[in-house]
Design a protein around this ligand. Structure first.
Ligand code: N01
Length: 546
């Protein structure tokens, strides 16, 4: 790690924000191509999402042999995952292994947050301010801030008066938190809450789950890997990599060709039963029309509801746990003993849609129906997704216009390929809004963006081009396409963080590209092959359009 003082007025070819999956590979890619590159990371170590999200039960819900980098065959073969869905410490260990293998730490400055980045038009440079008061500049400014790194802490009255301890799943302390024997309340039943609840239930004296929207979840059925399975995956590295990159969701799966409605109910039920028994997201991907046709969706939704009724012994509790929105239109969840937790004597479920939370009190939490005394509160209340992490930085492009101003009408209206923005020359977003990102296997989408951006910067450098900037028309066309694809599905019919509905006052708009990883890669490759179609390439910051 180099010192903070050494940054005063330093200029780099590229500055990258964040040392998670995105930032680590971006640094490696640009350094290999000979560009001076500096990563700034707020945390004390590498890992990004996997550095911050260390709540009890945190684990990945993509299968581990696919949830890793594939840019290096050596790396793929050197690392061996212990199980199908490893826990957070193992994924963090993997990212540390990557940082060590490629000697990345020397170009990462930890414990440093970028507070602002302004484009200096005259000098064609990004002027970047750090929270230690120093600043640096760079020709290219690249964000690897993650899609889910701006925690959403609802604005409940009285939190400051609470006498107990409280935590947010996305900013979990590094020290172990002891819940033994305590009265713990958890707010939120998304992926984080559903993973944390069974683990907290096993430790707490009593766990009260404050649920606003019941969730569909399927068992993960995590298990240690058979060494032979690992051997085969390593042997088939190239094939797996190709399949993932060309797929819909970034997993090497054969896409479903059948409609849920064209098969007999008995056959369909058996398919769902098999998927339930195998664990993972098999139900979600069993038929091609689950997320586009209401009746097809209902078959999967009702199957999961039937499992909830079967698992949860108390019929009243089971009833409260039954979801009614379109299955899969909030992030589908996989769990380990989630519904089973509600059969424990020390777990109770409170429906806060029926009786909303009114305030946090010194002793606990008050809903419209009563007060719950608690020693600790866990906020599993999610994130300001996609745009939130970007807007935490004061990013300003041409004429001092901020990204916040540009996106005031909603992210969905303005980005080109989820990588670039008109008005923001030489600024790239890794897995930005309107790219497949969180609706795909993230490492696959991250690698695609990193490689595209790396190739682009190399091309600009070799061609003597000083700036690249998305054209307004290209941006509008891409955003329109994103909206059309989203509107042809059921995703837009549900309030979720995908649409920004979880953040009061956030402009609504579907923030993710649903056209699939393979098709999206093709589009990005075509854009590059056509000399960066849709971008203005300039020999200086405003003149001589090439
Ligand atoms: O957040 P969420 P998350 N009063 O937004 C509730 C990824 N992830 O951290 O649904 C009461 O999904 C809210 O209720 P409702 C994954 O992409 C991945 O769980 O808005 N409740 C909901 O129940 C995921 O989708 C992994 O009605 C309030 C919950 O809090 C994304 O991160 C693991 C409330 C928030 O759920 C986010 O997941 C974990 C309020 N005021 C996360 N405000 C893995 O792959 C919010 N809620 C392993």
């Amino acid at each position: 790690m180099t010192t903070k003082q050494s940054n005063q007025a330093v200029n780099y070819d590229a500055v990258v924000v964040g040392a998670g999956f995105s930032g680590l590979y971006m640094l490696h890619r640009l350094r290999e191509a000979g560009f001076s590159t500096r990563v700034f990371e707020a945390g004390e170590g590498v890992g990004g999402t996997w550095y911050w999200n260390r709540y009890p039960g945190a684990r990945c819900d993509s299968e581990s042999i696919y949830y890793n980098y594939t840019f290096s065959e050596d790396l793929y073969k050197e690392w061996t995952w212990s199980s199908r869905y490893p826990e957070q410490p193992e994924i963090l260990q993997y990212l540390n292994f990557v940082a060590d293998k490629f000697k990345l730490r020397t170009d990462i400055q930890f414990k440093t947050r970028i507070t602002a980045s302004h484009y200096d038009e005259e000098n064609n440079k990004w002027r970047i301010q750090l929270d230690d008061g120093t600043n640096v500049s760079a020709k290219y400014f690249i964000t690897g801030v993650g899609c889910l790194s701006a925690a959403n802490l609802p604005n409940f009255d009285g939190l400051e008066s609470f006498k107990g301890e409280w935590y947010h799943t996305g900013h979990w302390p590094h020290e172990e938190v002891d819940f033994k024997g305590k009265r713990v309340g958890i707010i939120g039943t998304g992926s984080s809450g559903v993973q944390a609840i069974p683990v907290l239930a096993a430790e707490a004296g009593h766990l009260t789950v404050f649920q606003r929207t019941p969730q569909y979840s399927a068992p993960a059925r995590n298990h240690p890997y058979d060494p032979e399975y690992i051997r085969q995956s390593k042997e088939n590295f190239n094939e797996i990599k190709k399949q993932m990159r060309e797929s819909q969701g970034g997993q090497p799966l054969v896409p479903p060709t059948k409609s849920a409605l064209e098969v007999a109910p008995e056959e369909r039920n058996q398919v769902y039963e098999n998927a339930w028994a195998n664990g993972g997201l098999g139900i979600f991907s069993a038929y091609y029309d689950i997320t586009i046709n209401e009746a097809a969706n209902e078959t999967a939704a009702e199957f999961i509801r039937s499992k909830i009724r079967e698992i949860v012994k108390n019929p009243e509790t089971a009833e409260k746990l039954l979801p009614s929105y379109y299955y899969g239109t909030k992030r589908p969840i996989i769990d380990t003993n989630y519904y089973e937790s509600f059969n424990r004597g020390n777990v109770s479920l409170v429906d806060v849609k029926k009786a909303p939370i009114v305030e946090i009190t010194p002793k606990g939490l008050k809903t419209t129906e009563g007060e719950y005394e608690l020693d600790a509160i866990v906020f599993a209340t999610g994130f300001d997704g996609m745009t939130g992490p970007l807007l935490k930085i004061d990013i300003r492009g041409r004429d001092g216009v901020s990204l916040k101003e540009k996106w005031a009408g909603g992210a969905h209206t303005r980005s080109y390929l989820g990588i670039a923005n008109a008005g923001f020359p030489n600024f790239f977003m890794i897995t930005g809004p309107e790219s497949p990102s969180v609706l795909s296997n993230m490492p696959v989408s991250i690698e695609q963006h990193v490689e595209w951006i790396g190739d682009c910067i190399e091309y600009l450098s070799k061609s003597g081009i000083e700036t690249i900037e998305a054209k307004v028309e290209a941006e509008e066309e891409w955003s329109k396409h994103c909206r059309e694809v989203a509107e042809s599905t059921l995703f837009t019919k549900t309030d979720s963080w995908y649409t920004g509905a979880n953040i009061p006052g956030k402009p609504r708009g579907f923030q993710i590209y649903l056209g699939g990883v393979g098709a999206y890669r093709q589009k990005c490759d075509d854009v590059a092959a056509k000399g960066y179609e849709g971008f203005a390439l300039m020999s200086s910051s405003r003149t001589a359009l090439l």
